[in-house]
Structure formats: structure tokens, C-alpha cells
Design a protein around this ligand. Sequence first.
Ligand code: NAD
Length: 347
Amino acid sequence: MASKVNAKAASVLNKDDLIVIGGAGGFIAGSLARYFHEQGFTRIRAIDKKPLPDWYQVVPGVESLCLDLSDPMNCRKACEGAVEVYNLAADMGGMGFIERFRIECLRSILINTHMIEEAYRAGAQRYFFSSSACAYNTDLQKDPNVRALAESDAYPAMAERGYGWEKLVSEMFCQEYWSERGMKTAIARFHNVYGPYGTWDGGREKAPAALCRKVIEAKDSGKLEIDIWGDGHQTRSFMYIDDCLTGIDMIMHCDDLIATPINLGSDFLISISDLVSLAEKIGGVTLKRTHDLTAPIGVAGRNSDNTFIQEVLGWAPSLPLEEGMKRTYAWIEKQYNDRKAGKRTVS
Ligand code: NAD
């Protein structure tokens, strides 16, 4: 399977090569299964521990299996015959989840150690791991006017407790499976991803979805108020799901990036207060703001330095935040209304 810079699955794989995707009952991996299916791949195996009725997307024609990937035997079943393995399964969520449930986050190490070993045993040609910007040194993220994080900023290591350290160690597994055993691995450090089919309620949702939902709820209830976690000065960048999928495909198939962690995120930095204003603008409403200063907010600021991805791939995520937020708001509004009408919804 030859590969060159800017290669994608469509140019390097046969349409009937088996693509295995872990965590496909969730947001990004479910969208990835749909992405490959739409490109005409005929053998996609999607796996998640959630029962099928709880998956955010079940793509017709995709083999969809309910397996707990923290169990090595399930990983063996999952990886059997795989040409490529994309492992995005993890117990995770927004700040509200990863600051409260560090043990759950750390336990994702079981998924990552067993999946990579079974991908190797199955002879998979490439293995993708979804790392996170939470792997970066937190000492560099104490100011909302943060310097964007470049790949080298993960070391010396001082990752986010729990979730970030697990990602950093799993990255190391990917690097060693390449250097000791010659399996081609790809490691993308995602910065916040948002869009339709993401978690929007229930405690695991992230800021863009949570704020859209709060605006929709406020309009619906007539109680024109919004509760914001923290003082609103904290900053982040947000990447739309379609950019994330393109990036995964390009990073996975670029031989110059084997076993090399790379940022996959937007470099448009915005404060949470300004994100609230954007959600209000889309909803056509202005709300009275209150701030919960005891809520988990994570680091003060975090942005993606996209110099390296531009250099290697000549590409970086680019969908403007306002456009992505409009699409996300519209999708959440429909979910909200469907739920109110007693219909089945995502999350
Ligand atoms: P998600 O929670 O929507 O999806 C993850 C899925 O993994 C869930 O459906 C969950 O049921 C499944 N899972 C958990 N434990 C499992 C197990 N033992 N066996 C099988 N399935 C299991 O999350 P997402 O936003 O789609 O994130 C996907 C990946 O991207 C994760 O690895 C996450 O850490 C990483 N990531 C996401 C973001 C983001 O902003 N969404 C940012 C950085 C990194």
C-alpha cells in the first residue's frame, strides 16, 4: 500500500479492504464510519460498547458490533482481518466529565493497549489513535491570551490529570509499535471538535453544544437567562467535524507523519463569553448572564499552532466557527424539539 503526502483512503485502499473503527457509537468515530461509507468502502466494521439503540449514528451497510474494547478478546474479534484500524473509543466528555471522572478517563488505557496489540497481531497496515490537546503541558495554558501550542509543547510533560496523561502514554504505545514492530501508526492531537451528532446534553457535552442547548432552552422556557461555567474569559479553539474527518484521513495516510503526534484543530481562538454571544446571535436572542465560578473550566487558554500541519499537509481545518455553529445549533434545536415531542434523539 503506497502512500504519499496528501494521500487519502480513497487513493490508497481497495474499496473492499476492511476498515475497523472503535468508538463508532459516539460522535467522531460514528461520523468517520459515515464518511468512509459515503466514499464507497464496502467493508467497514464499527464497534462500540454502547448497545446499538444508543449509538448516535448507525450507518446502513456498515457492520455494527457492540463490544467492550477494554477486553483483549473483544479487541481480537474487532481487529480480525483489518487493513486499517481507527481507535477513537474512550470514556470521555467535556470539562464537566474529565475533571470529575479521572479514573474512568485513565481506564481508557485498557482500550488503547489491547486495540493496538490486536491490530498488530491481525497484521493491520495502519493504526490511528485519537489523542488530545489535553496531552499538552498545562503550565503553558495558564493565560487566556495563550501562545498556541506546538507539537513539542507536550514535553516536559505536565498533561491534564487523568485524561491527558492517558493520551500521552497511549501516544507512546503508538510510537513504540512503529519503532519496535514496524506497524505504521498515526497520532492526531484533536483540539475541541463540535458539530451535529455530538453529545449535547447529559453531562458529557462540550462548550459549543452546551451553549447552543442553553440558548434553545432559554428561548423555549421564556426564562431569558444563561448560566456560564467560569468567568467566561477562558479561551479555546473549536474544529468543525467535517474538518476533523478530512484531517484524520490525511494524517493516517501520510508516511511523513508515521508515529508523529500532530495537532488537528482550529487556530481561531475565542473566549467562552464570545462563544456565548455567537450562540445568542444565531438564536436571535440576548440573555441575562450568570456565572458559575465553582464549575470545572479546565486550563485558562488553549489554541492549536497549525504550522506543522500546514508544512506537512499544506492543509489545516478552515470552516469558520460561525458557519459551524449555525449548523450545530440547527441540529441541536431539532434534537431538542424531537425530544420534547417524545421522539428518539441522540444523547
Ligand atoms: P464520544 O464520547 O462521543 O465517543 C467515544 C465512544 O467510545 C463512545 O460512544 C463510548 O461508548 C465508546 N467507548 C468508551 N469506552 C469503550 C469501550 N471500552 N469499548 C468500546 N467503546 C467504548 O467522544 P468523541 O468526541 O467522539 O471522541 C472520540 C475520540 O476523540 C476520543 O478518543 C476522544 O478522547 C478524542 N478527542 C475528542 C475531542 C472532542 O472535542 N470531541 C477532543 C480531543 C480528543
